[in-house]
Design a binder for this molecule. Sequence first.
Ligand code: URA
Length: 438
Amino acid sequence: MTERLSVVDIIRRKRDGLTLESEEVRFLIQGYVQGKVADYQMAAFLMAVYFRGLEPREMTDLTLTMARSGDMVDFGDDPRVVDKHSTGGVGDKTTLVLAPLVASAGAVVAKMSGRALGHTGGTIDKLESIPGFRTSLDREEFFRLAREVGAVVAGQTGNLVPADKLLYALRDVTATVESVGLIASSIMSKKIAGGARRLVLDVKTGRGAFMKERKKAQELAQAMVDIGRGAGVRVVAVVTAMDQPLGRAVGNALEVAEAVRCLAGQGPPDLEELCVRLGAHMLLLSGVEGELDRAEERLRRLIRSGEALERFRRMVVAQGGDGRVADPGSPVLPAAPAREAARSHRSGWVQAIDALAVGRLAMRLGAGRERKEDSIDPSVGVVLEAKVGDRVEKGDVLGVVHARDREAARWGAARLEEAFVLGDVRVEAPALILETVS
Ligand code: URA
């Protein structure tokens, strides 16, 4: 059939709202990676997809073709291996907690993670704030640590899903990033190439999320579950709120310290709630537990007993990091030289904390990157003292800015105060876990 395929026909068929054959999707994507399909043709195709959408089968074809465009990791059929992915948020340090936590229950988490970009952080940058921690691992070491420790987190290798790199760069300059089918295929292709056969997705929605509208987040969750079904990957997607930052800390070393507190049972309740829920789904998928309530209870026990924290220490040491980071109040993490509190200008209830504004603030302090090539400062960021639903009095500390110097700290504290919405009406702490798609 390949001889009969024409790029123009494929674009036309998508433009007219028809469903593409598997072979057509493969022909187009492989042709693009090989340089046989021009950028202008692929740009036209992406715009057609943007308007016409993709059927689940087309998304699966696109995902698998992209996943197979470069290196692939394969854990064979070890049922204990389970992965997780978050669509990205502010203060999202769940991987730091989840990898050792579910490993201490008997599952295996061997995860490839990304770096910070824009207002959202990246797990790799967070881990690299631990002195000595290596995220660049070769294949053999990655597999060995998965086997020996049960938890390993590494940066993505150079040749993982080259098709996604090419397509994403083109989407970025053709206003076609915001297509649910393309986003779902992009994310799932990287997870599948990274070896995921069982996957828990945290699809975030709200001001600080990639998907601002809940309906779009639900669509994305459903699309990724559908792709999983077609591709033989068991997927559970949990849609969670990202209107205010998760937990209290935003910034690399600050988030590592908060993850350690969470593993020691002293973390913010929202972070623990989310980690326990996502972790419980991971235990169900890996067959370690058979029921959600029991899985959650087991994870809480592993936190209380100190086993989860000890597994974190083992993971850090195995990847070359200073294991003392797991000691309570450990001084090994880099600390910013200047701190400034943001204080409340009135009494009232915290109605909202703009996660996007806090994420941008942390980025501008140096915790994140505006462009890929920017370097980051692991020590800077923000720690919130109040969260939505809390009562504050005039002059109370809303949060503390950690910065490179006094001037940046003062500037940041003023921005942080602006991110808070205070009012006279009492509000409840909002729900964090909104729904589950499986
Ligand atoms: N994240 C991804 O990995 N891909 C997208 O297309 C959008 C967000």
